[in-house]
Design a protein around this ligand. Structure first.
Ligand SMILES: Cc1ncc(COP(=O)(O)O)c(C=O)c1O
Length: 473
C-alpha cells in the first residue's frame, strides 16, 4: 500500500492506515472477549509492536486504532480509552493521588469533575486546594515556546507570544503548601472552563506545578479538542477528554480518553488502574468513535467559525440593546475567541490565544443574562431570572434544549437549573470555607453548543425567540 504523507494538524482528513489483511477502508470490529492460544500455549500477537492478546479488558484491538489516532493528534506517546469521561477522571485520581497528598483544582470548571475530585479526596484522605485561573501575575516578556517543554508543532505559525503570566492564587497556595512540604500529586486544569470559558495559561501552570514538584499536570481539553489546542506541547503530562463530546461528535457514544506525553511510571499506573478498575470502552463504541474522529477536524473548524460569528453577532445585538429578557439587566457573551471590547473586556483572552495557536477556539459559548440589581442586593430577582432562562432555553427556535455538547446538532441549556438539581452540587466542595471560594454558575447563563447547522438560522432562531419571549401564565 503506498505511503501517505501526514501533516500533524490534518491527519483526520487523510487515510488512516488500517492494519488489516483485507485493506478495508472501514476498520474491523473485534467483539471477542478472549483469544485462542496456540499449541504451545502462547498468546496470539497483533500489530506492528507484536502486542499479545489475552483477554478483552486489557487487550482489545478495536480500541488501538482510535487510541493511536488520538495519541498522534495530541502529540503524545500513548492514549487509553474509557467507558466515559468521568471514568477517565477517576482513573487519574486512583492512579496518581495517595493519602495525605494535595490535588489542585480550579475554582471554575465542569461541575461533575470538581465534585468527583472533592468526593474522591475526602474518601481517600487527600486534600483539595482550589485556585483561581483569573488572578495572575505577569512575568517578563519572553517567547513562551522556549519555556514549554517540547515547544509547539513545527507546522504551525507561531505568533509573538504574550507575556507569561502565572495564576496568582495557585502561586500563593503552592507557596503556602511548600512551607508545610505536603507533596502535590495532581494539578487539574480545565481550559476553557465549562461553562464560563475562563482560560488558564497552560504553559504557566505547568511550569509552576513542576517547580513545586507536582507529579502530574492533567488538562481536561474536552472543549478545545486537539484541533484547537495541544496541551502536551504546552507542558502538560496528561490530556483528558470526554470523548462523548467533540471527538465522537454524533451524540451516540459515551466515552473518555487519556493521552500521555510519555510512557512513564504514571502512565503504567493509569493502564494498570484501567485494567483492574475495568471501565474500558466496548468494541462497538470504539468503532463509532473512530468513525466520528475521522471528521473531527472538519467539524471543529466549522463549529469554531460559526461560534465565533454567533458570539460577535450576539454581542452586537446586546450592545445595540436588541437583547433583553423581562427581568434581566442586560447580557454578556462569553466565548474564548472573542476579542475584548470596551463594553466586554475579557482579561483572559490572551491566555486563550496562547493555548490556541491554530486560530480556532471551539464551538462553545454562553450568553449570560444579568441579575437585576437595580433594587439593591437584597432584592435580586434570582428565581424569576432562573425561571425565565429555563423557559427560554426550552422554547428557543432552531436550538434543541438538552444537556451535553460537541455534537452535530446545536444544543442550548440553562446550566443553573441543571447544576442545582443534582447531588453533585451539594457535595462540592465539602468544606464551608472552600465552598465560598467556588463560585456558582451564573443564574442567567445559557450554554450554547454550536453544531453544524447554518449559522444564520441559529442566530435568527435565538433573536426571534428573544423578541417573542413570554413566560407561561
Ligand atoms: C469538560 C467536561 N469534562 C468531563 C466531562 C465528563 O464526561 P462524560 O460525560 O463523558 O463522563 C464533561 C461532560 O459534560 C465535560 O463537559
Amino acid at each position: 500500500m503506498p505511503q501517505r504523507e501526514r501533516s500533524h494538524a490534518h491527519i483526520l482528513t487523510q487515510r488512516i492506515d488500517i492494519d488489516d489483511p483485507t485493506s478495508s477502508i472501514a476498520p474491523p470490529i473485534y467483539p471477542s472477549t478472549t483469544y485462542a492460544r496456540d499449541n504451545a500455549h502462547a498468546l496470539p500477537t497483533v500489530g506492528p509492536d507484536g502486542a499479545t492478546l489475552c483477554y478483552a479488558r486489557p487487550d482489545n484491538p478495536t480500541l488501538r486504532l482510535p487510541e493511536r489516532m488520538l495519541a498522534e493528534l495530541e502529540g503524545g506517546e500513548d492514549a487509553a480509552l474509557f467507558a466515559s469521561g468521568m471514568a477517565a477522571v477517576t482513573c487519574v485520581l486512583n492512579a496518581v493521588v495517595r493519602k495525605g497528598e494535595i490535588v489542585f483544582c480550579p475554582r471554575r470548571g465542569y461541575f461533575a469533575v470538581r465534585a468527583r475530585i472533592a468526593e474522591w479526596c475526602k474518601a481517600h484522605g487527600a486534600e483539595v486546594m482550589y485556585y483561581d485561573p483569573e488572578e495572575s501575575i505577569e512575568f517578563p516578556e519572553e517567547d513562551v515556546t522556549t519555556r514549554a517543554e517540547g515547544g509547539r508543532d513545527r507546522d504551525v505559525p507561531v505568533e509573538k507570544a504574550p507575556p507569561l503570566e502565572l495564576p496568582l492564587s495557585l502561586f500563593h497556595r503552592m507557596a503556602e503548601m511548600g512551607q508545610t512540604m505536603v507533596p502535590v500529586a495532581l494539578v487539574w486544569v480545565e481550559s476553557p472552563a465549562n461553562p464560563t470559558w475562563d482560560a488558564m495559561n497552560i504553559t504557566a501552570v505547568s511550569i509552576l506545578a513542576k517547580g513545586f514538584g507536582a507529579r502530574c499536570v492533567c488538562v481536561d481539553s474536552t472543549v478545545m479538542t486537539p484541533i484547537c489546542s495541544k496541551p502536551l506541547s504546552l507542558g502538560a503530562d496528561i490530556v483528558m477528554h470526554s470523548a462523548t463530546k467533540y471527538l465522537n461528535g454524533h451524540g451516540d457514544v459515551l466515552a473518555g480518553a487519556l493521552v500521555t506525553k510519555r510512557k512513564d511510571g504514571v502512565w503504567a499506573k493509569i493502564l494498570h488502574e484501567r485494567k483492574l478498575g475495568g471501565a474500558v470502552l466496548g468494541s462497538f463504541d470504539a468503532y463509532l468513535l473512530t468513525r466520528g474522529m475521522r471528521t473531527l477536524e472538519l467539524r471543529v473548524r466549522h463549529q469554531s467559525e460559526s461560534a465565533l460569528w454567533l458570539a460577535k453577532e450576539l454581542s452586537k445585538a446586546i450592545v445595540e440593546k436588541k437583547v433583553k429578557l423581562p427581568s434581566s439587566n442586560g447580557a454578556i457573551v462569553l466565548y474564548p475567541g472573542l476579542e475584548p471590547t470596551p463594553e466586554f473586556p475579557r482579561p483572559d483572552y490572551m491566555f486563550h490565544k496562547t493555548n490556541c495557536p491554530y486560530g480556532y477556539y471551539g464551538g462553545m459559548l454562553s450568553v449570560v443574562f444579568l441579575v437585576d440589581r437595580r433594587q439593591g442586593q437584597a432584592k435580586v430577582k434570582k428565581p424569576n431570572l432562573a425561571k425565565e432562562c429555563a423557559h427560554f432555553a426550552a422554547n428557543c427556535r432552531n436550538w434543541t434544549c438538552a444537556t451535553s455538547l460537541g455534537g452535530f446538532e446545536s444544543l442550548i441549556e440553562h446550566r443553573y437549573s441543571v447544576e442545582f438539581s443534582g447531588p453533585e452540587y451539594r457535595n462540592t466542595p465539602d468544606d464551608k470555607q472552600e465552598r465560598r471560594l467556588v463560585p456558582h454558575v451564573p443564574v442567567g447563563l445559557l450554554r450554547l453548543s454550536v453544531g453544524l447547522e447554518k449559522k444564520e438560522d441559529l442566530l435568527r432562531g435565538f433573536l426571534q425567540s428573544l423578541a417573542e419571549f413570554k413566560l407561561p401564565e
